[in-house]
Design a protein around this ligand. Structure first.
Ligand code: CMC
Length: 431
């Protein structure tokens, strides 16, 4: 992997250190500083990991300047057009698109793990009726490790594979149960003859008193949103999963940590925040004052669903979602959602504003996804849960990749200490 090297020199002492430069298949060359402390006694400082590659990975590639997203080399647009979410999950986990028999076998492994232990019911009911479903998700997914002692050896590849199937299979069941708990309806068991998305919609929206069949438009829309959310290289939640797992912690605990990180409004919580923001803006006339508020450095408000650490161009996922918004709203007979019209206008105004142009702030994946979820009848408190279901595949793929790497070590960042120097204890009477 090392092609060349880079010389760092200290002008004061004249000391030089030669650092290897790694070049991956695509993307920026990467300076290997792993021996820098040993060789120079210095750390590197990069809050927010703006210039730091925390690992090597062959799962997902993003070109933020060009607005490109590839899963295992395949452009997201092509996968979105041709694949099911389960097919994309296979690709993310295994590195190649499945042959028909491989897909059948994979699907069968997933559907045989969709149920959760019956004792988990009391876990859900222990939450207050109005608990945020993401709070339930963090707890319920973490609790899975208490049920599956048979496969918790993270150094055993077969145990890892079984845990991967369990996580991908059970997350929709847990998500639907979190929702049912919120609205006071009975939990609905999974049906293994249904596809991944149709089954989730049924677990969320059916009631024992009536027959239910998920609408095809909703199933297709959910399938597309799940593909677009399935992975996004070393984002905050994936890095959280990796860091948690680096200590050898079990995958359920690590994915629960990932869900907690995803919940934040700067990350997956943005889809819920976008809808509240649009509702608050209310009408096109109010867009101006909200844009001014977002630009005001003394105001913490940000235009939710705008901006991205990596994309300095239109987020390709947002472009796809915006395109299908019309189709989904038409298909569901809801073509005049005023929030969609408002979102389109807000985007148009922001993209002509010097502040957003200069900073290369474009709509991200969360800007339009809530409009579709809303059209599917999914309440805004469940938007980030939907993101978590899809991203579980990515988290699991990264965990599998990391655990299979013989060079894997515990993640242990260092710091630039700026607290007090050593000092002696002062008794209570002298403080
Ligand atoms: N509204 C107004 N100003 C913004 C916004 C925004 N949404 N995003 C960034 N800026 C400004 C920011 O104030 C800064 O300005 P200046 O250079 O004058 O100080 C500049 O743009 C760069 O921002 P940053 O905070 O340094 O960028 P970052 O890479 O640390 O943060 C971000 C990226 C996504 C957290 C941020 O753009 C943001 O808070 N966006 C709104 C929340 C959001 O939509 N999050 C979803 C992200 S995509 C899905 C996901 O990851 O889950």
């Amino acid at each position: 992997m090392t092609d060349d090297s880079y010389i760092l020199s200290d002008p004061k002492t004249g000391t030089q250190v030669e650092l290897p430069v790694h070049r991956g298949t695509l993307g920026a060359p990467t300076l290997d500083i792993s021996n820098l402390y040993r060789d120079t006694g210095m750390f590197t400082y990069d809050p927010g990991f703006v210039s730091t590659a925390s690992c090597h990975s062959s799962i997902t590639y993003i070109d933020g300047d060009e607005g490109v997203l590839l899963y295992r080399g395949y452009p997201i647009e092509q996968l979105a057009e041709h694949c099911s979410f389960i097919e994309v999950s296979y690709l993310l986990l295994n590195g190649e698109l499945p042959k028909p028999e491989q897909l059948t076998a994979f699907r069968s492994k997933i559907v045989h793990h969709t149920m959760v232990n019956e004792q988990m019911k009391s876990f859900f009911t222990a939450f207050r009726y109005d608990a945020h479903p993401m709070a339930i998700m963090v707890g319920a997914v973490g609790s899975l490790s208490a049920f599956y002692h048979d496969a918790l050896d993270v150094h055993d590849p077969e145990h890892r594979e079984l845990s991967a199937y369990r996580l991908i299979a059970k997350i929709p069941t847990i998500a639907a149960a979190s929702y049912k708990h919120n609205i006071g309806e009975p939990f609905v068991y999974p049906r293994n003859d249904l596809g991944y998305c149709a089954n989730l919609l049924r677990m969320m929206f059916s009631v024992p008193a009536e027959p239910y069949e998920a609408n095809d438009v909703s199933v297709r829309a959910l399938n597309l949103l799940f593909i677009l959310h399935a992975d996004h290289e070393q984002n905050a939640s994936t890095s959280t999963v990796r860091l948690s797992a680096s200590s050898g912690a079990n995958p359920y605990a690590c994915v629960a940590a990932g869900i907690a990180s995803l919940w934040g409004p700067a990350h997956g919580g943005a889809n819920e925040a976008v809808l509240s923001m649009l509702s608050e803006i209310g009408t096109v006339d109010n867009i101006g004052p909200f844009i001014d508020k977002a630009k005001d450095k003394d105001d913490p408000f940000r235009l939710m669903g705008f901006g991205h650490r990596v994309y300095k161009n239109y987020d390709p996922r947002a472009a796809l979602i915006r395109t299908i918004c019309h189709e989904v709203l038409d298909g569901l007979g809801d073509d005049a959602d005023p929030l969609f019209e408002l979102a389109l206008k807000l985007e148009e105004i922001a993209l002509q504003d010097e502040y957003f142009i200069e900073r290369k702030l474009y709509p991200n994946v969360d800007f339009y996804s809530g409009i579709i979820y809303k059209a599917l009848g999914i309440p805004s408190s469940m938007f980030t849960v939907m993101f978590a279901i899809a991203r579980t595949t990515g988290w699991v793929a990264h965990w599998m990749e990391m655990m299979a790497d013989p060079g894997q070590r515990i993640g242990r960042p260092r710091q630039l200490y700026d607290g007090s120097a050593r000092r002696d204890f002062v008794g209570m009477d002298k403080r």
